[in-house]
Design a protein around this ligand. Structure first.
Ligand SMILES: C[S@@+](CC[C@H](N)C(=O)[O-])C[C@H]1O[C@@H](n2cnc3c(N)ncnc32)[C@H](O)[C@@H]1O
Length: 352
């Protein structure tokens, strides 16, 4: 997430032990590792047997890995302690060190000490446990960014049936526009907004103070059916927002924060680009996913020719210049979606 304004609102709760984001690994080291281990990174886990992937490893690695219990292999590749690494050949040890050094820290942490919010049952309707978990953690983050950016509008792009947009309108105190490419989802979002408001109104009439407080705090939610293409520029995006808000000519476009929960493929990069290019986009909160659906100018067998518009990857010139001929490719981007923790857990219970 990012804000265009570094001046963070003093109201935002910050625990004394507010966690500090660890610095990202240097790009040059990532490029060097991607180049050196490309042959390994481009293998695809479900082809393990048919492609006999284990046999493609250097013979010294095969012998060392065969002699190491699976949970221990994972521990050596992922954990910070060096115990046991000495038993591996130099080249495998160097690979393990690169993995540890360049992997992002996936330990869960709070955001500036803000606890997850608790959703009223009217906002829980239709939410899976997973979506609830995500929204309860994302809302305080968006609230923080909105305040830090002094924004008065949130635009949720790829808003689906509007769970996040609806929750933000009730809990963050800003107007919300949801932009969604699938018109059926937009209709679903409008319907669910109405149902939620009716539920709360009924409870408020029956004397439920929490429901009345939510209704009193609620801001407007508008939904627009529109597919945001990778070549949507700032002017087109601004026109879209103005249309959703029904702003008259001459009325200023409100300073806004873009959010996206599960911004599949190219949508994530598009959100970041709109933030980087447009001054009225004061902040961005994007939880990206499905990296394999990003367009890349690649000769990879799985990648269709890029459509008209801009590429999803690489997004930055710094990366494009350093990796001129090194496409990531479908397999590597797909692997980036897998949860390392899930593999680690499976390795822990694997038979010796
Ligand atoms: C994985 S769903 C997430 C929906 C919602 N944000 C949530 O978390 O429940 C992604 C949504 O983004 C929409 N979408 C994907 N690309 C889009 C685009 N370029 N413009 C508008 N909507 C898009 C899809 O139709 C889908 O509803």
């Amino acid at each position: 997430m990012a804000t265009a304004d570094a001046d963070v609102d003093a109201e935002v709760p910050r625990a004394a032990s507010s966690p500090v984001e660890p610095p990202l690994p240097p790009l040059d080291e990532i490029v060097a590792a991607l180049t050196e281990y490309r042959w390994l990174a481009r293998t695809y886990v479900i082809e393990y047997h048919v492609e006999r992937l284990a046999e493609r490893l250097p013979p010294a690695w095969q012998a060392a890995l065969a002699a190491t219990p699976l949970p221990e292999v994972t521990r050596r590749l992922l954990s910070g302690d060096d115990e046991g690494l000495a038993a591996w050949p130099d080249s495998l040890r160097a690979y393990a060190v690169a993995c540890r050094r360049l992997a992002l820290d996936r330990r869960p942490r709070g955001f500036h000490g803000a606890p997850p919010c608790e959703l009223d049952r009217a906002l829980l309707s239709g939410l899976s446990d997973k979506k609830r978990h995500e929204i309860e953690r994302l809302v305080p983050v968006v609230a923080h960014v909105v305040r830090a950016a002094r924004a008065t509008l949130v635009v949720d792009i790829g808003s689906g049936v509007g769970h996040l947009a609806r929750t933000l309108a009730y809990l963050v105190g800003v107007d919300v526009v949801g932009i969604e490419g699938n018109p059926a989802y937009v209709a679903g979002a409008v319907e669910r907004d109405a149902k939620c408001a009716a539920l709360l109104a009924g409870r408020a009439r029956a004397g439920d103070a929490a429901a009345a407080a939510l209704l009193a705090r609620r801001r407007a939610t508008r939904h627009l059916a529109h597919f945001v293409r990778t070549d949507t520029d700032g002017a087109a995006f601004e026109a879209l927002v103005r249309r959703a808000l029904d702003l008259r000519p001459g009325a200023p476009t409100p300073p806004l924060v873009i959010v996206g929960l599960h911004t599949c493929g190219d949508l994530g990069p598009t959100l970041l680009r709109l933030f980087a290019e447009q001054p009225f986009v004061r902040g961005v909160v994007s939880v990206a996913c499905c990296y394999m659906h990003m367009t890349e100018d690649s000769d990879d067998e799985f990648v269709a020719p890029p459509p008209a518009g801009r590429l999803g990857y690489p997004l930055s010139r710094a990366v494009a210049d350093r990796l001129p001929d090194a496409h990531l490719g479908w397999k590597l981007r797909e692997m980036a979606c897998h949860a390392l923790d899930a593999y680690e857990a499976r390795a822990r219970v694997a038979p010796a």
